[in-house]
Every structure is written in C-alpha cells, then in structure tokens.
Design a protein. Structure first.
Length: 247
C-alpha cells in the first residue's frame, strides 16, 4: 500500500465559500504513523461563517481572525510534507470532504501545482472501508460516522470535531479495519479507482492535445481534484509530462 497522509480539516461551513480554519496531517509510512502537523488558519476575506460549524468544531468565531495567515501555514505545511521525501495518497474519514476543501484552499492561495505534485490519485477513505468490511456481517456498528465507529471498536475519541484528535482516531480505526479486509478486498480498494478512472477519464472530455503536441486538461476535469490528480499522473506515466501550468 502506498504511503498515506491522513488529513482532517475544520471549516467555517459546508459551502464552497467556507474557509479552512484548522488542518491536521499525520504521515503513515510503511505502516507506521509519524509525527503530526497541526495549525489553525485565518480564513480568507469574505469567507462564509456558519454558526452551526462553530457549534460543531467548538472554535470561537471571535478568535479566527487572529489565527496564522494561510500563506505562512502553507509554507510550513509544504516543508513538513516534503521532509518525508515521498509522494502520498491522502487518507481520512469521509476524506472526499477534506480533499475538496483542501484543494480549494490550496488553489485560492496560488498553490495549484503544489497540490498536484505531492499527492497520488486514489484517496483512502475509512468510511468506505468500514462499509465494505461490514457489508455481510450481522454484528455492525450503529452507524458509520467516526463517533459511531470509534465507539464500536472502543477507540478513544476525545474532543471530536477537532482536527488532530479526529485524525488520530481515524488512524486507530484504519488499523482496526485492515485485518478485516481480505487480500481481494484490499486489492479492490487500491486498484478499483485506478481502473474505473482510466476507463472514464482518459478521453477527450477531460484531456485534449493541440497540433503542437501540448496537452490541455479541460475545465470539466479541474472540478474534481481526485480526477485531476489521476489525469496528471497518467500523462506522466504515458507521455513523460512533468511540467504543469495553469492557463
């Protein structure tokens, strides 16, 4: 299995204009968790502030404007990621939410290529793994939220909806789920997304080439960071494309 970077974020809301206000990362390399990165982040100007979000993450809305600037956080975060000298697959619980918000955050701050060049396609989601594990079992958790699953497995989760405790519990959950997966199921999780995406996304709807031999990834592909990372990875594997420029 590839090296994983577990991610959890807290935001000012659920909409597209919500701002990131906390991020936590834990590398998981060769089956071992490494020291974490965690930071609060001042949201972008005009970010939507949803009172429900602050009720859930327990962050005081009056404090967020004193949080570190996004560009400083990104600089420290990229140094942290690069210090491990490997390409990661992102992982988490319901990780699609985190990757979508994280991608928007990076693009909003001018780090479009920084995002693409550091992460592989095919995110690992403990929510999907858990549903797969319990599909044909009678003894099931009451639900598949992180809170329900940690309760079922008797995993300690203190201060839920805070990024670092959530991500630590997610890795504990991941380690509980792995023994439940057969070799076939594990291969399915790692390879199914690749096969499906190759069949669906390496076509003219997403990738075009001009008479000069320049590749263009269409706007349709850029809407989904997972699809986009897959296409960039395939262009490298198939054609040796290593440089990217947003136009």
């Amino acid at each position: 299995m590839s090296n994983l970077l577990f991610i959890d974020i807290e935001t000012t809301g659920l909409g597209d204009n919500a701002g990131l206000i906390e991020i936590a990362l834990i590398p998981y390399i060769d089956g071992e968790r490494k020291p974490h990165f965690q930071s609060y982040i001042r949201p972008h100007d005009g970010a939507t502030l949803d009172a429900k979000a602050f009720e859930i993450n327990k962050i005081n809305v009056n404090d967020i404007w004193s949080f570190p600037d996004a560009k400083d956080v990104i600089e420290d975060m990229l140094k942290f990621i690069d210090s491990h000298e490997c390409i990661f697959s992102l992982a988490g619980h319901n990780v699609a939410f985190d990757t979508k918000k994280f991608y928007r955050f990076m693009c909003r701050n001018g780090h479009y290529s920084s995002y693409l060049n550091r992460f592989r396609p095919g995110d690992i989601c403990t929510l999907r793994i858990a549903k797969d594990c319990f599909k044909n079992k009678r003894n099931k958790p009451e639900g598949f939220s992180l809170e329900k699953l940690t309760k079922f497995f008797e995993i300690e989760l203190i201060n839920s909806h805070s990024a670092l405790p959530d991500i630590q519990a997610t890795i504990d959950l991941y380690e509980k789920l792995l023994p439940m997966l057969s070799i076939v199921q594990t291969q399915k999780i790692e390879s199914l997304s690749y096969q499906d995406m190759k069949r669906k996304y390496m076509d003219m709807r997403y990738v075009q080439i001009n008479p000069d031999g320049d590749f263009f990834v269409t706007a349709e592909a850029t809407k989904n960071p997972v699809i986009l990372r897959f296409i960039i990875n395939e262009l490298y594997n198939l054609y040796g494309v290593t440089g990217y420029e947003k136009v």
